[in-house]
Design a protein around this ligand. Structure first.
Ligand code: HEC
Length: 196
């Protein structure tokens, strides 16, 4: 009994001490190591991530607007059609491969979209951190403006929502332009399972 009380006395203050964002970042930088294709630098935050962390994801409206404008400048929209092949897009959306220490350099990366979004009605498992994208094209259309928005959102989600939790898949070099176009088609093409 005495041992238990002692344990409770020791455990209580430890449980209360929440690390600050800066301490968490220091722990990441101390404990993550470069291994294979995974580079330690990827855990270091850049300016926009840092500001979002320090502002608890709610910087002032003025700062948010400026951050989004800066992120928008990182996007290069390819000329010509942004609609690729929805079948290839489906494979990319449902793949979480690539960028792990056991992947050979040059392995094509997946988009890991399924980790956060429902997309097709037939999926039995998907994450819910992001909104469901099922029926996205049916609801939003597949015109040029929507194609451009979806391309840009996948390329750099922070250009539209500074503190978005969605990864910046083009900006980070995770996905190629062609892969992003294939994903645009997967979300917008009326024949895609997303819109059936
Ligand atoms: C780590 C989670 C995560 C991953 C992975 C992710 N997203 Fe997202 N996505 C989100 C969140 C959260 C939102 C809503 C907030 C926002 O708009 O930034 C979102 C929003 C979106 C939107 C805008 C929806 C709207 O109604 O305008 C699109 C389109 C989208 N994601 C597509 C994708 C695609 C395609 C992929 C894969 C390449 C992907 N997302 C991967 C979390 C994620």
């Amino acid at each position: 009994m005495r041992a238990l009380l002692l344990l409770a006395a020791i455990a209580a203050p430890i449980a209360l001490a929440e690390p600050t964002a800066r301490e968490v970042q220091d722990i990441h930088l101390r404990d993550f190591h470069t291994k294979g294709v995974v580079k330690k630098e990827t855990v270091a935050q850049d300016g926009v991530q840092r500001i979002c962390t320090l502002a608890n994801d709610h910087p002032s409206a003025e700062v948010t607007k400026q951050l989004e404008a800066d992120q928008m400048k990182t996007i290069t929209f390819p000329s010509g059609s942004l609609m690729g092949d929805w079948k290839r897009g489906e494979d990319i959306a449902q793949s979480g491969r690539g960028m792990t220490f056991s992947d050979a350099p040059g392995t094509p990366n997946g988009g890991s979209c399924y980790n956060c979004h429902q997309m097709a009605a037939t999926e039995i498992s998907y994450g819910t951190l992001g909104p469901s994208l099922h029926g996205f094209g049916s609801k939003r259309g597949s015109g040029e403006d929507t194609q451009k928005y979806v391309y840009g959102k996948i390329y750099n989600a922070k250009a539209y929502n500074a503190c978005s939790q969605m990864p910046r898949l083009g900006f980070s070099g995770t996905l190629t332009d062609q892969q992003i176009k294939d994903l645009v088609a997967y979300l917008l093409d009326p024949a895609s399972p997303v819109n059936r």
